[in-house]
Design a protein around this ligand. Sequence first.
Ligand code: NAD
Length: 327
Amino acid sequence: MRVLVTGGAGFIGGHLAEAFARDGHDVAVLDNFDPYYDTRIKEHNVEAAREAAAESDGGYDLVEGDVRDADLVADLVADADYVYHQAAQAGVRTDYSPRKYDEVNVDGTLNVLDAARDHDIERLVFASSSSVYGKPRYLPYDEDHLTTPISPYGASKLAGERYAMVYAERYGVPAVALRYFTVYGPRMRPNMAISNFVSRCLNGEPPVIYGDGSQTRDMTYVADVLAANRALLDTDAADGEVMNVGSTDNIDIETLATEIRDQLAPELDVEYTDAYEVDADHSHADVSKADELIGYEPTYTIREGVEAFVEWYRANREWYEPLVRGS
Ligand code: NAD
């Protein structure tokens, strides 16, 4: 099977490309190596997927290009059976103009959707985000919760997701949207809580919390995100549906920072700085819908996931740390 992963040189896309190549699929990656964080991390993502392809019967092609290039996207989608659309301007905290989010996350998504409408594909999976919810009215929240994003990023993800559902409804595109909840794991993006806390503690620097640390998060280990995506290769049960993909194991940021500090450098303090206005106070997924439709059940608690990440970090410290700390 030929699988196109847009944004496949990124964190989640890189894991998808690696897993699909290891499973023996023919993987094509479209990525423009956006320099929003150190692109050398992306080179490692590509390398891991290439190695997986070489060790199995899988194939791996890297196309350096932009999802905003409609012709290129159309050509690649025409060759694909499955499309995993991960390419995006990710992250709520950047200073980018809302137009950048719009161009990449909305127009880029429309290019993928147009191509999927014009070519027969088995499935299109759109990487959406818990940030579409904004400030939650109740916890944990299911997919029927109001969507009132509070950042340009969240607004752009909601627009992309809605377009995907409209294309499913009106044009029969077999599209599924997965709302990821704060994903972490090996080769994760810099400037996220877990990579920051671990890297600072291992370097004798206090972990720094944005705000008072009472924010809660449904941190999701990347292996669980992979499992949800993999399940969609085998079932059409979720076509035309939006589903939460979170760990359901909630933690507040102060506890997270303190536990990482206690484990790695108990002599350090924990420090606090200003909160980001665009950060949601709380995220907590109800994943019953994904469980019912695709058998999704998170397998990593946050403590297990952090332990796995720390182990990976130590083993890859030589190359990863300078890139994550330099960003
Ligand atoms: P990432 O930044 O590591 O990956 C995104 C990839 O897209 C990058 O490699 C980047 O170079 C590429 N890209 C950006 N603009 C592009 C363009 N114009 N053309 C082609 N490629 C482009 O981010 P990630 O954490 O791996 O996120 C993957 C997807 O999951 C994104 O759609 C993101 O919005 C979504 N998501 C991530 C999280 C998370 O916690 N990591 C949470 C919710 C949703």
